[in-house]
Design a protein around this ligand. Structure first.
Ligand SMILES: [Zn+2]
Length: 85
């Protein structure tokens, strides 16, 4: 979903699923905080609340930004890894 692949491993070593990126991954911690602040939550939610959030109009707009920035960050990191640095 949203370009977040379902089948490869995340940089942190866990399977990279949308749920992992959105809910768990330390790599995206700051992006997650921004998303939650935008939608009015202070702390990370459980899955059920999160999917409700993504299903709401405002939540979905904020989620799209999160997904875009997460994807950009991942792409950048992969390029750096491929350059051997
Ligand atoms: Zn991760």
């Amino acid at each position: 979903m949203m370009g977040l692949a379902e089948s490869r491993d995340c940089w942190c070593g866990r399977p990279e699923t949308a749920e992992h990126v959105l809910l768990e991954c330390p790599v995206y911690y700051d992006l997650r905080l921004i998303l939650l602040r935008k939608v009015g939550y202070h702390l990370l939610l459980d899955d059920r609340h999160l999917w409700e959030l993504v299903g709401s109009i405002n939540g979905y707009a904020a989620f799209k930004i999160f997904a875009k920035e997460a994807l950009e960050r991942r792409t950048l990191e992969m390029e750096m890894a491929m350059n051997g640095t």
